[in-house]
Design a protein. Structure first.
Length: 137
């Protein structure tokens, strides 16, 4: 892998059926990371999996309440895929009960972020991921 240092672009996929949430996250990422982050979006899990297969993703933000297969099923398929299984996946969901978060972590989400999205929590979680990648390279 070529080390691109701090100018390295982060490619993030957001799977979300609510266009307002997609716009919000797009705005947050743009204002925080500018051109260092590229956001791909899908409004259902099937399209999300297609995009995951077609791109080199650094992170997937995954809604749980989705039309067709839900976020748990999308996560299960990602984790069952040899190529995609190591991509970090953060749940981004309105299911905010403590037991929901436990279920989410048990299911294998790397982070469980609840709506309304905390900008600080989202950015800190992504920054931690970037720092982690840097250590590994
Ligand atoms: Mn949803």
């Amino acid at each position: 892998m070529i080390e691109q240092g701090k100018n390295r672009v982060l490619t993030i996929l957001y799977v979300e059926d609510n266009a307002a949430n997609t716009r919000l996250i797009a705005h947050l990422l743009r204002s925080h990371y500018g051109e260092r982050a590229t956001l791909l979006t899908a409004s259902d899990g099937a399209r999300g999996l297609e995009l995951a297969r077609a791109n080199r993703l650094d992170l997937i933000l995954l809604d749980i309440g989705l039309p067709g297969m839900d976020g748990f099923e999308v996560l299960r398929r990602l984790r069952a895929d040899e190529v995609l299984q190591h991509i970090p996946v953060f749940a981004v969901t309105a299911r905010a009960l403590p037991e929901d978060a436990e279920d989410g972590i048990d299911a294998g989400f790397d982070r469980y972020l609840t709506k309304p999205i905390s900008v600080k929590e989202l950015i800190e979680s992504i920054d931690a991921l970037i720092a982690n990648k840097r250590d590994q390279s």
